[in-house]
Write a protein that binds this ligand. Structure first.
Ligand SMILES: [Zn+2]
Length: 342
């Protein structure tokens, strides 16, 4: 099969489109013919290499996929070859203390598709059968592959852990990222007022079309000051921050007394300075989240399949142009997701 492989860590140029051996399904596994995959930040981190994380090379990245089942391994009960499917991009064991309690994303052996095994930047993808979910007949592969990771991330963080409620003010930082476009829609669905930040007026206009109520261009103004001004010094009920080092201090300042700051990533760096007084004196709750359980995946995808939540696709590229896609995301010149078609 054809796949996008990297043999060493580095910039987008290390991604090579080449021939590799077809995967074979083992016990409890399924091989899917990938019709669409999409780029996530984890793919970029894996490509660059992360301190303290050993990535087996050569490597095929990619966590999101939708396609058609090609080959079913032994001991898989309810799947047949030729079915339209989408995958939950997270794999949990189903047996540990945390899985047993229903918190699959806290699994002691939690891993992403494409993290320790080969991923979806390929014509064929091998995954455990328990993460494979049937895709409704008329639902486009591109949208399914663009939705899974970002909507699962936003749903678990905001609905389950962040407990956003009607009438609350929610600040979403970096509205143009995949998770940002999902977070805006979820907050609107929950009946919140949405404050969105982005680096350009063009992206803010797109955010407005998704439902954002108040727009802040963070290149022109300091967003925490703007939030205090707009809310009569009160601050917002909830801040959604996956930017990390560049925004953390201002995120804490933007939350109201007793507000919540939700974090599910740190694309600009993971060791920001924290003034602890902003947390204890103002009684702000910091809530961490990563991915979500299979229950949450089924819940959010139900809304996606019904059209209540719609993945935002910036563009669709052939898989062979994965490097270009990485470059566009690293330059922040996209709004929403980049989908790759093998
Ligand atoms: Zn587990």
């Amino acid at each position: 099969m054809k796949a996008v492989v990297f043999h060493q860590h580095g910039g987008p140029e290390v991604l090579r489109y080449e021939d590799v051996a077809d995967p074979k399904p083992g016990r409890g596994e399924v091989v899917i013919e990938v019709k669409a995959t999409s780029i996530n930040h984890i793919d970029i981190f894996l490509r660059r290499g992360m301190p303290g994380v050993k990535v087996p090379l050569p490597k095929i990245a990619g966590s999101d996929a939708a396609g058609v089942t090609r080959e079913i391994g032994p001991d898989v009960a309810d799947l047949a070859a030729g079915q339209r499917v989408v995958i939950n991009p997270g794999i949990s064991c189903g047996r540990c203390e945390f899985c047993s309690a229903g918190y699959g994303s806290q699994c002691v052996s939690y891993t992403m598709v494409g993290e320790h095994s080969d991923g979806a930047y390929a014509q064929l993808l091998k995954v455990p059968a328990h993460i494979v979910v049937p895709l409704p007949d008329s639902f486009p592969f591109e949208e399914a592959a663009a939705a899974s990771l970002v909507f699962l991330t936003a749903w678990s963080m905001m609905i389950s852990k962040g407990n956003i409620r009607p009438g609350e003010d929610v600040l979403i930082l970096g509205a143009g990222a995949g998770v940002g476009t999902a977070a805006i829609q979820l907050a609107k669905m929950a009946g919140c007022r949405v404050f969105a930040t982005a680096s350009s007026d063009e992206k803010l206009e797109r955010a407005r079309q998704l439902g954002a109520d108040v727009l802040i261009n963070y290149k022109n103004e300091e967003f925490d000051k703007k939030i205090r001004e707009l809310t009569n010094k009160r601050g917002v009920d909830v801040v959604v921050d996956y930017i990390g080092a560049d925004t953390w201090v201002r995120s804490l300042r933007s939350a109201r007394r007793g507000g919540r700051v939700l974090t599910c990533g740190a694309t600009t760096g993971f060791a920001p300075q924290t003034d602890l007084r902003q947390i204890f004196f103002r009684q702000v709750q910091v809530i961490g989240s990563t991915m979500g359980s299979h229950r949450e995946y089924m819940d959010v995808m139900k809304c996606v399949f019904r059209g209540q939540l719609k993945p935002v696709i910036d563009r669709v590229l052939p898989l062979a142009e994965a490097a270009k896609g990485h470059e566009l995301i690293e330059n922040r010149s996209v709004f929403g997701k980049i989908v790759l078609i093998p």
